[in-house]
Design a protein around this ligand. Structure first.
Ligand code: PLP
Length: 418
């Protein structure tokens, strides 16, 4: 069979250029990471050809013997690394995982108590334009205005006042450790189910570097491609008593045939997550986030909540005369890739907010440590101060590329076979 380069040179070239972009830029998007070549190989495999609707030993199609080996291994490894009673490895994404949990545990009109989007929450936790906001009533908790830590007293008061059916812990842009035990206590006090969405912090939890919700939560959901460093996908963990309902809501509830190539790649990532190298990388990810946050703080940047306990932090740019959108666009010109982000109690809009979110999983995976964080902080400061000067941005971009060249990510020949 002809290979990609010959069949579709335009797509081949776009992928080649994207490899180059990933290689030569400093990637600070907190939800991204670089999966291993082994994960890429499994995800790019011929398993994509196989229909396997159903679950191991209970498929709707013939020829699933080898597929069953793959899915059983993936489930066993997920249960092992998280210490979970049940795992469903078929969700196509973290959003699908959340959808299955909400459908399985709520009826339309039920109440969800979850984090305000601008304080760090996620769209699938009840945002009005998301299915979750259209089907369920959302009540929001947030962070304390002074400390910018989750206000657990407010959470408890809101739970008692509103009697939610489900309480969701977990966020897309919250830099502090989440007290899952406290969430469980509050859920129990009001008879609510408890979902811990660990999409961002799953890798830290596996490495024992963040409080673990698995013993306490009824359901735990995650993406597999963030700190967990696997392929783009989702995962649900739950107590055995919810297993069959969760499985039914994934298939046939909301999905068709599982993406078996992606499930195989999840298995590879879960195996890698058991290694010392993975634990050390997660630990360095946190050290790098703390170091970068401190460096920027010393240069006069306001860090939301004063710092971070995990892999990300938020910079409040209100004292810097630049918006989040301008900062994102400026830094991209300088070879530093991150995203604009609302900050708690933001007076600006989501499209052009007051902050930026910075995460360190990708730079840590490629081997960068504190000295590089210091250098990156200098570049960020220089770029944001001279953001109208294209020459400054160009110079930074070439220095960034030089640094990146000394921290290679992929061997291009294995990442893109021609
Ligand atoms: C807290 C949280 N939950 C769920 C998701 C959804 O994950 P996915 O993009 O895999 O659908 C995200 C994505 O960023 C997230 O941050």
């Amino acid at each position: 069979m002809e290979t990609l380069k010959y069949i579709d040179p335009e797509i081949f070239e776009a992928i080649r250029e994207e490899i180059e972009r990933q290689q030569s830029n400093v990637e600070l998007i907190a939800s991204e990471n670089y999966c291993s070549t082994a994960v890429l190989q499994a995800q790019g495999s011929i398993l994509t050809n196989k229909y396997a609707e159903g679950y191991p030993d209970k498929r709707w199609y013939a020829g699933c013997g080898k597929i069953d080996i793959v899915e059983k291994l993936t489930v066993d490894r997920a249960k092992e690394i998280f210490g979970a009673e049940h795992a469903n490895v078929q969700p196509h994404s973290g959003s699908q995982a959340n959808m299955a949990v909400l459908f399985s545990s709520l009826t339309p009109g039920n109440k969800i108590l979850s984090m305000d989007l601008s304080h760090g929450g996620h769209l699938t936790h009840g945002f009005k334009k998301n299915f979750s906001g259209q089907l369920y009533k959302k009540i929001t908790y947030g962070v304390d205005k002074e400390t910018e830590y989750i206000d657990y007293a407010e959470l408890r008061a809101l739970a008692k006042k509103n009697n939610p059916d489900l309480i969701i812990a977990g966020a897309s842009s919250y830099p502090r450790e989440i007290d899952f035990v406290k969430f469980k206590e509050i859920a129990d006090e009001v008879g609510a189910l408890f979902l811990a969405d660990i999409a961002h912090i799953a890798g830290l939890i596996v490495a024992g570097l963040h409080q673990d919700p698995v013993p306490y939560a009824d359901f735990v959901t995650t993406s597999t491609h963030k700190t967990l460093r696997g392929p783009r996908g989702g995962l649900i963990l739950c107590k055995s008593k919810y297993a069959s309902k969760i499985d039914q809501y994934i298939f046939p509830g909301i999905q068709g045939g599982p993406l078996m190539h992606v499930i195989a790649a999840k298995a590879v990532a879960f195996k890698e997550a058991k290694t010392k190298e993975f634990r050390e990388c997660q630990s360095q990810t946190i050290k790098n986030a703390k170091s970068l946050a401190n460096e920027l703080k010393e240069k006069g940047y306001k860090i939301v909540s004063g710092g971070t306990d995990n892999h990300l932090f938020l910079v409040d740019l209100t004292n810097k005369n630049i918006s989040g959108r301008e900062a994102q666009e400026t830094l991209e010109k300088a070879g530093i890739v991150l995203n604009r982000n609302m900050i708690p109690f933001d007076k600006r809009t989501a499209n052009d907010p007051s902050g930026i979110r910075i995460g360190t999983p990708s730079v840590t995976t490629r081997g960068m440590k504190e000295p590089e964080m210091s250098q990156i902080a200098n570049w960020i400061d220089l770029a944001l101060n001279g953001y109208k000067d294209n020459n400054t941005l160009k110079t930074i971009k070439s220095e960034v590329a030089e640094l990146c060249a000394t921290f290679p990510i992929y061997n291009v020949d294995t990442a893109l076979v021609d």
